[in-house]
Write a protein that binds this ligand. Structure first.
Ligand code: ATP
Length: 566
């Protein structure tokens, strides 16, 4: 991952946001190559899901024909939307704050972060069991005290064992005396090390950064807040949307009334979403500002299971069609206990990102069967499950809905069957940034190719699918004389009308190829001495490095055929 990260910066795929001011956690900028790649990811999605969808035929695996259309909603919407959708009440993470350094951590991430914390690793090493971190840290009081007074001071200044070694050790000594069988697993030991006053606080968890004592988990809202209008009071409080989906639900009736779409149909949207993630990390994987590509697909309740299966498989196939062919991509059905309270079925499309531990996968996209939860919420008000498992309006002690819905009728009348129903929804919800990152990870390849003298040279090549490649072709004059630059510039101008292409006349040809390999450019076109006599150029394939000659008049067709064939 480090190699990919440095390539992303060096070649202008992804930069840290506000870098010259030290950066800002959870925000990223896409550089000149990155912006093209991400736009291509989003355009491929929009084309394949919306504008390129053929609604006159039954798609492979689909129960019947269906229509697709798009929307582009505002980021800030009526705050009642988030109250009815459940985000206002439920969109929380349990957080723990360090009482020493004041940093916040997601409660469910603390122990995972502690495993890699420099101070924990250093302590384990000092306890002379370096190879067995973190399952076993042998407790050796002399080594612990020495560590606390030396390395611990620098690495874990907030740790109770460092701040007040004797008192902290005394609790452990006392407990070991009264209970010689005390199980000292690594978790318990680290808790003892973080606890200065056990009688008063009980055992506390340590901070992964400074070792300080963490508070009990508390709820923290993930929604960014702002105010619409001049007055900053609760009345004017608004939220930056944490997902694009709700904009689709609240426009369901507008779309029905303004188009002739009939159920089954889907509404797609691509746009920014914001979540105040507590521990943004793993590059763009968990950002605070990111883009989603979401579809809300409306269908008859009786057909919803079939549509769910269709969309699950259709979305998985989309990634493989764009070159994500390795076993790192997988489709995982959620177990019943993992499902959210409204969901009748969910599957995640996941990728084994290189920053995850071996065997771990990160979510690229969730495909969820949401029943009639969303449309009903915006009609009736926030819904909860009752004891019998039915969705009912969440009511306060006065019997009134806790958050009233719009009261608008969002049901659908089926002209043919002459029946009215609230459509069921299948939601394939993907992240444009996570998809872009996964495509980058999948594309990153190190291999060796022979140089002009036939000696193998290591190279880095981004084997991006041609549809996604930021630059489709690069055009080079072999040398800067004999009219070659003029011929190359003309080819460049011709191709520029169709694709994003690049002209380069500087440096050795091998180095120019190498730069394009790193940028993921599928084809390099070179004008050389032979071009001057027979008007042919060489085309070089990025992945195989094979070169062949083509008449200059045929270059456009050759590139077009190869771009569409892949
Ligand atoms: P996670 O469990 O990883 O936080 P989630 O289940 O909350 O994800 P959803 O609410 O289902 O995610 O959002 C749909 C998609 O939006 C995700 O599959 C992911 O691709 C993207 N996404 C969600 N949160 C983030 C984020 N913080 N940064 C980048 N992309 C995100």
């Amino acid at each position: 991952m480090d190699k990919l990260g440095s390539l992303c910066k060096r070649r202008g795929f992804i930069f840290q946001s506000s870098e010259i001011y030290g950066g800002i956690g959870g925000f990223w900028d896409y550089g000149p190559l990155g912006v093209e790649l991400k736009r291509n990811v989003k355009e491929a999605w929009w084309r394949d899901m919306v504008t390129g969808h053929d609604d006159t035929i039954v798609q492979p695996g689909s129960p019947r024909e269906y229509e697709m259309c798009g929307l582009d909603c505002s980021i800030i919407m009526h705050p009642q939307i988030w109250k009815c959708s459940g985000h206002y009440d439920l969109f929380h993470d349990m957080m723990q704050t360090c009482r020493q350094c004041k940093k916040m951590f997601r409660a469910d991430h603390v122990w995972e972060q502690l495993k890699d914390a420099p101070w924990v690793l250093s302590f384990a090493e000092a306890s002379s069991e370096p190879a067995s971190v973190p399952e076993l840290i042998k407790f050796n009081s002399v080594a612990a005290m020495n560590w606390a007074k030396t390395k611990g001071r620098k690495l874990a200044p907030g740790l109770a064992l460092v701040r007040n070694t004797e008192v902290t050790m005394s609790w452990l000594a006392e407990d070991l005396q009264t209970n010689p069988e005390l199980q000292l697993g690594v978790t318990t030991l680290l808790k003892y090390m973080a606890t200065e006053q056990k009688a008063r606080t009980g055992l506390v968890s340590p901070c992964p950064l400074c070792g300080g004592d963490l508070t009990e988990p508390r709820e923290f809202s993930l929604m960014f807040e702002s105010h619409a209008g001049a007055v900053k009071d609760d009345e004017n409080k608004v939220f930056l949307r944490p997902e694009t989906a709700q904009g689709i639900f609240v426009n369901f009736k507008n779309v029905l009334d303004s188009t002739r779409v009939k159920i089954p149909f889907g509404i797609a949207q691509i746009g920014k979403s914001f979540r105040n993630e507590i521990t943004p990390r793993n590059f763009t994987f968990r950002s605070r500002e990111f883009e989603q590509m979401e579809i809300e697909f409306f269908c008859k309740p009786a057909e919803s299971r079939q549509w769910y299966t269709y969309w699950r498989d259709r979305r998985f196939a989309w990634y493989t069609s764009l070159g994500m062919k390795s076993e790192k991509l997988r489709l995982r059905d959620h177990a019943a206990e993992e499902l959210s309270h409204y969901s009748c079925g969910t599957a995640d499309i996941e990728y084994a990102f290189p920053f995850l531990e071996a065997g771990d996968y990160g979510e690229l996209e969730g495909v969820a069967h949401r029943g009639d939860f969303d449309l009903r919420s915006h009609m009736e008000g926030k819904l909860v499950k009752d004891a019998a498992g039915n969705l009912v309006v969440d009511r306060g002690p006065d019997g009134k809905p806790k958050y009233a819905g719009s009261g608008k009728d969002l049901s659908y009348f089926d002209d043919e069957a002459k029946e009215r129903f609230v459509p069921h929804v299948i939601e394939p919800s993907a992240g444009a940034d996570r998809a872009t990152l996964a495509f980058l990870c999948e594309a990153y390849t190190e291999d060796a190719i022979p140089d002009e003298k036939g000696v193998p040279q290591a190279r880095v090549v981004m084997k991006l699918h041609p549809r996604l490649a930021p630059v489709k072709a690069a055009i080079f004059p072999l040398v800067k004389r004999d009219g070659m630059p003029e011929i190359a510039a003309k080819i460049y101008r011709d191709l520029k009308q169709h694709w994003n292409v690049f002209y380069d006349e500087k440096g050795a040809i091998g180095r120019r190829y190498r730069r394009q390999d790193e940028a993921g450019t599928p084809f390099c076109i070179t004008v050389d001495g032979q071009t001057l006599t027979d008007q042919t150029v060489t085309i070089r394939d990025r992945d195989t490095c094979r070169q062949w000659r083509v008449k200059s008049g045929d270059i456009h067709n050759e590139i077009a055929n190869r771009l569409t064939a892949s």
